[in-house]
Write a protein that binds this ligand. Structure first.
Ligand code: ZN
Length: 156
């Protein structure tokens, strides 16, 4: 493109920009009024339409957090030193230990496997005695609190 051809284009562009600007000026007041009206409508509708679902979601989230806290707070993962199944343990007192077995851990536990092989019900065995030793070790090593300081469900 040569400069001679370019120059008129720039002039035309500048003129059309001025025209557009002028045209914009002509309609500005009208546009502004229209937009202001729409903004006002949206603002008036906001409390019902936006805030309530947000609050409901926040409440729902807090409830889930609380439930999660009650279920998992104070639980410590302990590996059975014998069969290496990992269970979630919470000491509720010197003689009260809450152990949460998952499906993988109970399948993996050699003690439960022995019971199953002997034709017994592994679900009837309350816990693996080797795991009980591992829990004692975990307490001795400071990995697990002797009595969990975490609030128990229902304490609020
Ligand atoms: Zn075991």
């Amino acid at each position: 493109m040569s400069p001679r051809e370019e120059a008129p284009d720039v002039d035309r562009l500048a003129r059309s920009m001025l025209r557009l600007y002028g045209a914009h000026d002509d309609h500005e007041e009208h546009d502004h009024g229209e937009n202001a009206e729409i903004r006002e409508r949206n603002f008036a509708g906001a409390p019902d339409f936006v805030s309530d679902p947000d609050r409901a979601a926040a409440v729902r989230e807090a409830t889930l957090r609380d439930r999660e806290r009650y279920l998992t707070y104070g639980l410590v993962s302990v590996d059975c030193r014998f069969c290496h199944s990992a269970v979630q343990v919470k000491k509720l007192g010197p003689a009260h230990t809450s152990v949460q077995w998952n499906a993988e851990a109970s399948q993996r536990c050699a003690y439960f496997a022995e019971i199953r092989q002997a034709g017994g019900e592994s679900a009837r065995a309350r816990t693996c005695p080797r795991l009980a030793d591992s829990i004692k070790h975990a307490v001795a090593e400071g990995c697990l609190e002797e009595v969990s300081s975490a609030p128990s469900p229902g304490d609020g």
